[in-house]
Write a protein that binds this ligand. Sequence first.
Ligand code: FES
Ligand SMILES: [Fe+2]
Length: 352
Amino acid sequence: MATDVANRTLPWGWYSDPAVLELERERIFRRSWQYVGHTGEVAEPGSFATTRVGDVPVVLVRDREDTLRAFLNVCRHRGSIICDGKGRRETLQCPYHAWTYGLDGRLITAPRAKREGGIESPELGLVQLRLDTWGPLVFVNPDPDAAPLEEFLDGMPERIADAGIDLDALRFLQRSESDLECNWKVSAENFLECYHCPTAHPGFSAVMDVSVDSYLLETSGGRMTQHGPPRPEPRGAYDPTGEVERGQFHLLFPGTVINVMPGRPNFSIGPIVPSAPEKTYRFLDYFVAADADEAWIEESLAFDAQVGAEDRVLIERVQAGMRAGLIEDGRLLPQSEQLIARFQALVVDALA
Ligand code: FES
Ligand SMILES: [Fe+2]
């Protein structure tokens, strides 16, 4: 039946095939905006912080003139990664043969270069990548011809402001990192539906109204959004009362996640990044109202960590099931899993 075909998932083989991941890296991640970190990490002139977009290693640098730039964190000599971690430097020096770059990316010196010649080209500076910011949030896109960040954000700044959140006034709390034993699409698709919430997230469902009529889904371009109110009488481990009345949860294709919970002003953001066909790296940067009290902050982080721990079990079981072979694909509910259908259509479009 036609409806049956329309409701099929992507072929499960796409969730472990290295050739599919290579195509996704080339056609999706190397052409997309992604959240990479916040300006607090590179606040002082001369500071740098390493990060990545998909599998592309990136170093963020604030130069002496206070200009924030993103460079490919790869040496022009023989390809070594140049910087690790974060810190402050006068120059960026490759640890292999000591080629040394200015904070503006120029190649300043290379040992023996004068004596031997052949590498004077001014083109041998670090490769600069597209960078743009939304308040304290830093985004990078490896594609020089990409559409502007504004298009990618698709009204998110207004939406967050309308929710009563002033991003610039929030305090950075912490980064939570996780390595997951699943394909990146399994992690994204799990984020894109709350059909599993009543069964698998009892704590979340005791606070949020996850019923079909309250928990709303919408798509616009590459933005997939879920939003809803807390229960009239929320129970359990998190207090959703405060200036922010509704929860909102977004995925900006391919993998930037944005969460706001009802309660005191709060915001979390981070990428879903493939590390290998069946491995995914994620991080979430948490921000909160500067005057939020410590007990509430602790409660909210614990609440989110509990949901994250439940999701890890769910998605790793999906990966194990898909990997078993014999079944070609799965099915999607037309309403409750419409954001997954949208996500999968975007993947197919990009790979076609
Ligand atoms: S690879 Fe960087 S200096 Fe040789
Ligand atoms: Fe979940």
